[in-house]
Design a protein around this ligand. Structure first.
Ligand code: SF4
Ligand code: SF4
Length: 151
């Protein structure tokens, strides 16, 4: 089910993000901004791995996945809408029927996560270093070995 961008709904992520999110997230480098219209475009639908990353990330809900006619003869499209605690999937059929599915995606309140709970917040230099947070704790050593540089 490759993706299709509704050009009427796409705003190029203009003014909201530093660049088009679908272009940023696509692992196959398939999403581009079409130069004339400046709208998102899947330039190689045949190569789409149907990971749904762009579909879920588009802030305008402009991207939907469309099934190939050979196995989805009624031409259904699939589109998600993200909520704070759930994701709603809507399957829309060519004859107008709609099916919706709701899946929980988190059990805590948005913004309530404490990323450093039980640990000291890392320094700026630690964030830029090559080690993982808490690595010495999990490895049971006092000092981590320095990563070897190239010869
Ligand atoms: S993420 Fe959505 S709004 Fe942004 S460029 Fe892609 S299709 Fe358009
Ligand atoms: S569904 Fe995945 S592979 Fe296909 S265009 Fe979107 S991000 Fe790329």
């Amino acid at each position: 089910m490759p993706t299709y961008v509704n050009p009427d709904a796409c705003n190029s992520c203009a003014g909201v993000h530093q660049g088009p999110l679908c272009v940023y997230i696509c692992p196959g480098d398939l999403m581009v901004l079409e130069q004339d219209s400046m709208k998102g475009l899947n330039r190689e639908p045949d190569m789409c791995s149907e990971c749904f990353a762009c579909v879920k990330m588009c802030p305008e809900g402009a991207i939907e996945a469309r099934g190939y006619a050979d196995f989805v003869p009624l031409g259904a499209t699939v589109k998600p809408k993200r909520g704070d605690r759930e994701i709603f999937w809507e399957v829309k059929f060519r004859d107008g029927r709609r099916l919706t599915y709701t899946y929980p995606i988190r059990s805590t309140t948005v913004g309530s996560t404490e990323p450093y709970k039980g640990f000291a917040a890392p320094s700026e230099s630690a964030l830029r270093g090559g080690s993982l947070a808490g690595e010495e704790i999990w490895l049971g050593v006092d000092t981590l070995p320095s990563p070897a540089g190239p010869d």
